[in-house]
Design a protein around this ligand. Structure first.
Ligand code: SAM
Length: 261
């Protein structure tokens, strides 16, 4: 994603809102004080209104019952959910799902679990699944932190994708960034030894934070010397192309959980 879609003349798609937009919403967020929550939560998103298109709604009605897994604080039998046992990749914050659908279509032997809070995004991914006849994706519309805590078994994931997470530009909002030590520790606990985590961002300051946080997690090892080359499986999105033309560098980071960790 680029930081200001308007600057690039793009329509303001809610899933592509800049984190300054999100910051404005966060500044007026009057949610419960963190101490009141049973765990100190990373509130990495604000709930945004967004119109679900007719096509997205139809996809939700027709395909939702088959491919959307309702959030519940318990672990489903994932083999039964997918109807097979295959390498399982979690994607956090898939936005409108274009990257998810493209990767899943090129990796039919892998199963993907997309977690996203934004309803139009869920509709958009289901629509793409219908158009491309994809059956190796399941979707949970819920906060990924709670999904990881409650629905994903320890040492069960083969990979994790986090592409262009909200960068939360302002320093006072950095605590809302997903990639921070506590969250990474939770993620690693759900990854199999040898599993990979792949993050990408176009925000330099966040890329540096990712390097620092992932690098400090002893159970992880960097697959590259610093930033990684973009692997072929991650397509360049149209927003990324525009961002690249505007001079935003995109960084990929790929770490593995040490096999003996
Ligand atoms: C900047 S967008 C990037 C979307 C997409 N990955 C892309 O590359 O275009 C970040 C997305 O993460 C979602 N998100 C942020 N925190 C989340 C959380 N805790 N659980 C689920 N989704 C989350 C937001 O709703 C948003 O759609």
């Amino acid at each position: 994603m680029i930081h200001d879609p308007n600057e690039a003349g793009l329509p303001r798609d809610p899933s592509q809102m800049s984190s300054d937009d999100l910051s404005a919403a966060a500044d007026t967020d009057t949610g419960a004080p963190e101490e009141a929550l049973h765990l100190r939560r990373i509130r990495s998103f604000v709930t945004r209104a967004g119109r679900v298109s007719t096509g997205q709604r139809r996809a939700m009605d027709e395909l939702g019952p088959r491919f959307v897994v309702p959030y519940a604080p318990e672990q489903p039998d994932w083999d039964a959910v997918y109807g097979r046992r295959a390498p399982r990749i979690l994607e956090i914050g898939f936005g409108m799902g274009a990257t998810t659908a493209e990767i899943a279509s090129h990796r039919p032997g892998d199963d993907f679990l997309g977690v996203e809070v934004h309803e139009p995004g869920v509709g958009a991914l289901l629509k793409l699944m219908g158009e491309h006849n994809l059956s190796n994706i399941r979707i949970i519309q819920h906060d990924a932190v709670e999904v990881l805590e409650n629905m994903i078994a320890p040492e069960s994931l083969d990979g994790v994708h986090i592409f262009f997470p909200d960068p939360w530009h302002k320093a006072r909002h950095h605590k809302r960034r997903l990639i921070q030590p506590k969250f990474v520790a939770l993620l690693v606990s759900r990854m199999k030894p040898g599993a990979y985590i792949h993050c990408a961002t176009d925000w330099q300051n966040y890329a540096e934070q990712m390097l620092e946080v992932l690098g400090a997690q002893r159970a992880l090892e960097n697959t590259a010397d610093g930033y990684a080359p973009r692997p072929d499986y991650r397509p360049v999105t149209k927003f990324e192309k525009r961002g690249l033309r505007l001079g935003h560098g995109v960084r990929d980071l790929i770490y593995r959980r040490r096999p003996n960790s």
